[in-house]
Write a protein that binds this ligand. Structure first.
Ligand code: BMA
Length: 321
């Protein structure tokens, strides 16, 4: 991938991942209607990048908006939300849409998001051009969040991570993987990863959820995820990583005991929901080993963090639970 957004590790930093010095890259009022723009997804597209952005409007209605960028940092986000046409179903009801993920598989871009259908569940749509979008059947029954597709079929089937949950601010939650022959019917549900014991890794002891599209490495799928601790001041969201077996992603090989990034700068600690780092997308350039992760900060803005993929993999192996 040419022109992946990038900044070298600061000289005084020994961290495995570091923040872009110009964060946040998307401010809360980047479009006229927005109260906040945060948990959002981007991919390489044509000679630049495209994305699907979570913008909550000033009535605090949650919706997803398309956007385009030449450099992955400066974004033009459409002023109107994505309008869905019918994909593989007539039933495209949606009370709200949030926390999108985007991936290119075979011949098109697939979008998954948390779709309001009598409670949160996983919506699926596809697009070829980020102009026309076609909504498909919801993947699961409510209640579910954090639906994240793998970028290729596994054993001949589409594969998706998800996090069954409840109707509210879920105080629990583990990651599962499900499979589908056709992007419509999902089954063969397997547990991947549960919350960690409080005494061992408290930042991920309350709930966890997959973040960006997993990246295939020589050590298996790198799954970046968020982990939550319930503190006396509410939930705190940090970011970690796990390595899953390539042909059996329900098998976890390694999983970070320490977090990779946790809320520690003002735009992550202060906002509509304080203390949230919520990764939803990653870009990777194989040649240069560069990894760029997009995350929602404090449910208000979008930030960018960097690392070297091989170092994140090594860190995950050497610091595993
Ligand atoms: C989760 C989701 C995310 C949000 C997070 C922190 O339940 O609603 O969209 O970033 O809470 O508020």
């Amino acid at each position: 991938m040419k022109n992946i957004p990038w900044q070298e590790r600061p000289e005084n930093s020994k961290e495995v991942m570091w923040r872009y010095s110009m964060n946040p890259i998307i401010e809360r009022d980047a479009i006229p209607s927005s109260n906040s723009i945060f948990n959002s997804a981007v991919v390489a597209f044509e000679d630049g990048f495209a994305g699907v952005f979570r913008c909550d409007n000033k009535a605090v209605q949650m919706n997803i908006f398309a956007g385009f960028s030449k450099d992955g940092i400066h974004w033009d986000i459409e002023h109107d939300p994505i309008v869905m046409q019918k994909g593989n179903t007539d039933m495209i009801d949606s009370d709200y849409k949030y926390d999108p993920r985007v991936v290119f598989i075979e011949d098109r871009y697939w979008i998954t998001w948390c779709n309001g259908y009598h409670g949160p569940t996983i919506g699926i749509a596809y697009t070829f051009d980020f102009r026309e979008f076609f909504q498909c059947e919801n993947a699961f029954l409510p209640f579910n969040r954090n639906g994240v597709l793998f970028p290729k079929k596994i054993n001949g089937k589409y594969a998706m991570l998800s996090r069954p949950s409840d109707n509210g601010h879920t105080p629990f939650g583990d990651i599962y993987v499900s499979f589908s022959p056709d992007m419509k019917y999902w089954g063969e549900h397997r547990v991947v990863m549960k919350t960690a014991p409080f005494e061992e890794s408290a930042w991920q002891c309350t709930k966890i959820g997959a973040g960006p599209i997993p990246i295939l490495t020589s050590e298996g799928w790198l799954m970046i995820y968020h982990g939550v601790i319930n503190t006396c001041n509410g939930f705190r969201y940090a970011m970690g990583a796990a390595l899953l077996e390539e042909n059996a992603p329900e098998k976890v090989r390694y999983r970070t005991k320490p977090y990779l990034l946790s809320p520690s700068v003002t735009y992550e600690q202060v906002g509509d929901v304080p203390n949230v780092i919520f990764p939803c997308a990653a870009l990777h350039d194989e040649q240069s080993d560069r990894l760029s992760v997009y995350y929602g900060a404090a449910d208000t803005v979008v930030g960018l963090a960097f690392g070297k993929l091989s170092e994140v993999v090594e860190f995950t192996i050497n610091n595993s639970l």
